[in-house]
Design a protein. Structure first.
Length: 277
């Protein structure tokens, strides 16, 4: 029997999840149907209830419903609790379980696919929204030497740094910073987890942070060279990545959680990759 899954968002046309999960299922010989649901604003619960009633086994959640999904879950993973957001629900058990695989997908792409370790490295995280929050635990699990969180609204960076500090392993220093105070500081890896690139904007990060930087990572995907990546390249960074690998890796985590086998991601990453030029 065909197993039903879906992704819900608003808008949803852009979503690559049906393609990604379709490719995963095909590569593993699984029989699934994965659809897109345009969730009505204010109608998340009814839409997911309908999928469950139709036998749906799992659902991915994208903007603006990650908080609704958090509320919908009967129980949540530590990652989801810490992120305050759920991007994946398992619907076929007695209790609805919520997960957040965004951060784990980001770290898997960075460390495994791109071969850039975070252990012992100085890491700069720009932004303090949902994606940045989701990345905290997976980042800290790698044991960076330093994790600095910079955000436009300083209070949110302080809040995230305080949470991160509670989970930091011995040997990892964590602090919040304003953008201006980053001048003259250097980092090994810089992640842009702001949504600035979605509007073609540049977070006000000084170019000096890229001095000696091994990787500039833009979480947005399919945008080509964003202002952030261009700044990094102009500052001498030779390795850039966007969030396509993160997208594929979080999807692979969801697939594995739902179906017990982790698909390979290389082929979908390759076919979704937009050249950075
Ligand atoms: P949120 O809306 O939760 O957070 C947005 C963040 O961006 C806030 O910290 C905000 O700062 C900051 N910001 C927005 N505009 C600017 C600007 N012009 N200058 C500086 N800071 C700015 O978004 P998400 O966390 O959900 O998403 C962040 C990014 O991650 C997006 O690009 C998104 O596409 C990407 N993403 C990628 C995924 C993937 O699989 N590749 C998965 C999830 C997200 P402030 O608090 O001051 O408003």
């Amino acid at each position: 029997m065909t197993d039903k899954y879906a992704v819900i968002g608003n808008p949803i046309d852009f979503s690559k999840s049906p393609f990604i999960h379709g490719e995963f299922a095909r590569s593993l010989g699984h029989d699934i149907a994965y659809t897109k649901i345009l969730g009505p604003i204010g109608g998340f619960k009814e839409a997911v209830d309908a999928l469950r009633a139709a036998g749906g086994r799992g659902i991915n959640i994208t903007a603006p419903f990650k908080l609704d999904a958090f509320a919908y879950a009967d129980e949540r993973s530590p990652s989801a609790e810490l992120a305050g957001a759920v991007n994946c629900l398992k619907l076929d058990g007695p209790r609805i379980v919520g997960e957040n695989f965004d951060g784990v997908g980001l770290v898997r792409d960075t460390v495994h696919n791109l071969g850039q370790p975070l252990a012992g490295r100085r890491v700069l995280l720009l932004g303090a929204g949902g994606a940045a929050r989701g990345a905290l635990l997976p980042f800290l699990a790698e044991g960076p030497a330093e994790l600095v969180i910079a955000n436009r609204s300083d209070g949110k960076a302080q809040e995230l740094a305080a949470i991160a500090l509670r989970h930091a392993p011995a040997g990892t220093s964590v602090r919040a910073s304003g953008y201006g105070a980053l001048e003259g500081q250097r980092f090994d890896v810089v992640f842009n987890a702001t949504s600035a690139s979605l509007r073609g904007e540049l977070p006000p990060v000084p170019a000096s942070v890229f001095s000696g930087c091994a990787l500039a990572y833009e979480l947005a995907y399919a945008k080509g060279m964003t202002p952030f990546l261009r700044l990094a390249v102009n500052a001498g960074v030779t390795r850039c990545a966007d969030g396509v690998g993160m997208l594929a890796e979080q999807a692979a985590e969801a697939f594995a959680w739902w179906r017990g086998v982790r698909p390979r991601t290389e082929a979908v990453i390759e076919s979704l990759r937009v050249p950075l030029e």
